[in-house]
Design a protein around this ligand. Structure first.
Ligand code: C2O
Ligand code: CU
Ligand code: CU
Length: 460
C-alpha cells in the first residue's frame, strides 16, 4: 500500500511537471520492484505552493511540488535518478546518510562539478543500508533548502519488513509571515547563535496535518527533520511509541519513546500499534516545557487483530576495531567575526570554528586542506567537543558513526550519520574509514555550516 501511494504521488507530480515543461512526454518516473530497477526523474525548479492556507508562496521545489516526492528504493538494489536543474543557479543533490561512492555524493567541486541551469546529471548508486534518509542540494543551502528543496528517500529492507501502515513525516518550519510572504532566512545575530528559526511549522508542507490509522495497525512513522535550524524534541501522545531506528539505522533493542531530540538532518523511526477506533495519536514537539502539535492521526475501525511490531534488521555497518583505533579530536567553538567586505560589498560572516578554523568555502581549482586525513580501512574515534552555548548536529558524509559515549557517559552503541552535541556537549563516535574520498563534515544547522562550521575529511 505504501508503494502504491508513492507511485500515485509521483504520477501526479510528473503530470504537473509535464504540463509545465517542454520535455518529451516520456514517463517521468518509473519504479518497479520486479526487475530490481529503480529509476526516477527529479528536477529542481521555481514553483508556487499554498503553505499558509489561502496564500501562495514562491518556493523552490522538487518536481514543482511541496512536499517533494519520496524516493523509494531497496537496500542492495541499484537506483538511477535523472536530475535536471531548472533553477536559475547551479546546484547539486546530496543523498544524506547514504554510504555511496564519492562521485555520487553531490558536493560541488569536491565530488562533482556544479550542475548548471538547464543541465541534467544522472545519479546512480546502490544503497547498502535500509532506512529513512533524505536528499537536498549542497549549494546555496540557506536559500535552496530554506525555500523548499528537501525530500525523503525510503530504502526498504532487502528482505521486506512489513508494517500495516507507514507514514513519512517531513518536519520543516518555513520563514513565512501569516500572508505566506518570505521573511529573512538568515539573520546574522541569530546565525551567530541558534540559527534563524522559521515561524510556520509544517509536516509534509501542511500545518498540523491530520491522517488516519486503522485500529490495531502496526505502524511505522518515519520522521525526518529537514529544517534549516530547529531541533524538535519529539513526543507521542495517545499510543505506546517505540524508537525503532535513529537517523536511518535500526537500533538493536527498540526502546520506549519518552522524548527524543532530532536536530536538522536527523531522522527518527517510530513504531506503534494504533489504538482502538476513534482514538487520537498526536505527534508533538516540545518548546521548552510547552508541547506543540506537529501532526495527528485518528484511528478508524478495522478487522486487524493486535499483533507485535515487526523487528528491523541492523544495517551492515562495519564494526569499529576499538582496540586499534586512533582518536582524533575536534573542538567546535564560537568566534564572532565579520571579515572585511568583499568586492560585492558584502561582509563574510565567520561565527564558528572547527579546530580553530572557519570553513573557507571552495571553488573550482581552489579546494582547501582537509580537516583530517584518514587511512582507508582503519578505525577512528572522533572525539567531539562543543565549547559553545548552542547545539550542533555534526554530520559526516559517506560513513556511519557508532556512538560510544555522550557527555562523558557510555551509551548503548548506536549508528548515526549525525551526532547531536548539546550545549557544551561532548561525544565519542567511532567508524571504520572504509569509503575512499573527500567527505564533507559539518554542522547541519545550515547557518552554522555557512558561517564556519564545515570542513571535510579525506579517506585515502
Ligand atoms: Cu545533509 Cu552535507 O548534508
Ligand atoms: Cu550528508
Ligand atoms: Cu552548529
Amino acid at each position: 500500500p505504501a508503494h502504491g501511494l508513492t507511485r500515485r504521488r509521483f504520477l501526479q507530480s510528473s503530470a504537473a511537471f509535464a504540463a509545465l515543461s517542454a520535455l518529451p512526454a516520456c514517463s517521468l518516473v518509473s519504479a518497479s520492484r520486479d526487475n530490481g530497477m529503480w529509476e526516477y526523474h527529479l528536477s529542481a525548479e521555481p514553483s508556487t505552493a499554498s503553505l499558509v492556507p489561502d496564500h501562495q508562496t514562491d518556493v523552490l521545489a522538487f518536481n514543482g511540488k511541496i512536499p517533494a516526492p519520496t524516493i523509494r528504493c531497496r537496500q542492495g538494489e541499484p537506483v538511477t535518478i535523472h536530475f535536471t536543474n531548472n533553477l536559475n543557479e547551479p546546484t547539486t543533490i546530496h543523498w544524506h546518510g547514504l554510504r555511496i561512492p564519492i562521485e555520487m555524493d553531490g558536493v560541488p567541486f569536491l565530488s562533482q562539478a556544479p550542475i548548471q541551469p538547464g543541465e541534467t546529471f544522472t545519479y546512480r548508486f546502490t544503497p547498502p543500508d535500509a532506512g529513512t534518509f533524505w536528499y537536498h542540494p549542497h549549494m546555496n543551502s540557506v536559500v535552496q533548502l530554506g525555500k523548499g528543496l528537501v525530500g525523503t528517500i525510503v530504502v526498504e529492507e532487502a528482505s521486506p519488513v512489513v508494517f500495516d501502515e507507514e507514514h513519512v513525516l517531513m518536519l520543516k518550519h518555513w520563514h513565512l509571515n501569516p500572508q505566506g510572504q518570505w521573511k529573512d532566512l538568515a539573520i546574522p545575530r541569530y546565525s551567530a547563535r541558534m540559527g534563524t528559526p522559521g515561524e510556520w511549522g509544517t509536516v509534509n508542507g501542511v500545518h498540523q496535518p491530520k491522517y488516519e490509522l486503522q485500529e490495531n495497525a502496526t505502524t511505522r512513522l518515519r520522521l525526518a527533520n529537514v529544517d534549516n535550524t530547529l531541533t524538535y524534541p519529539i513526543q507521542v501522545r495517545g499510543a505506546d511509541a517505540w524508537i525503532v531506528a535513529i537517523d536511518g539505522n535500526p537500533i538493536a533493542t527498540p526502546r520506549r519513546l519518552e522524548e527524543h531530540k532530532i536536530a536538522p538532518g536527523m531522522r527518527l523511526d517510530i513504531g506503534l500499534v494504533a489504538p482502538k477506533a476513534g482514538a487520537n495519536v498526536e505527534i508533538m514537539y516540545m518548546k521548552g516545557r510547552f508541547p506543540f502539535l506537529l501532526a495527528s492521526f485518528t484511528t478508524t475501525p478495522s478487522t486487524l487483530v493486535e499483533k507485535p511490531l515487526p523487528a528491523l534488521p541492523l544495517n551492515p555497518v562495519a564494526t569499529p576495531d576499538l582496540a586499534n583505533a586512533e582518536t582524533r579530536h575536534f573542538v567546535f567553538e564560537w568566534a564572532g567575526a565579520i571579515t572585511p567586505a568583499d568586492k560585492q560589498g558584502k561582509g563574510k560572516h565567520e561565527f564558528w570554528l572547527m579546530n580553530k578554523r572557519a570553513w573557507e568555502g571552495m571553488s573550482k581549482g581552489n579546494i582547501p586542506e582537509p580537516i583530517a586525513t584518514l587511512e582507508r580501512g582503519k578505525t577512528y574515534i572522533f572525539d567531539l567537543k562543543n565549547v559553545t552555548q548552542y547545539h550542533h548536529p555534526i554530520h559526516l558524509h559517506g560513513h556511519t558513526f557508532t556512538v560510544l559515549e555522550m557527555d562523558g557517559k557510555p551509551v548503548t552503541p548506536f549508528h548515526t550519520d549525525t551526532v547531536l552535541l548539546g550545549k557544551n556537549g561532548h561525544a565519542k563516535a567511532a567508524f571504520v574509514a572504509d569509503n575512499p574520498g573527500r567527505w564533507m563534515y559539518h554542522c547541519h544547522v545550515i547557518e552554522h555550516m555557512k558561517t564556519g562550521l564545515m570542513g571535510f575529511v579525506e579517506v585515502v
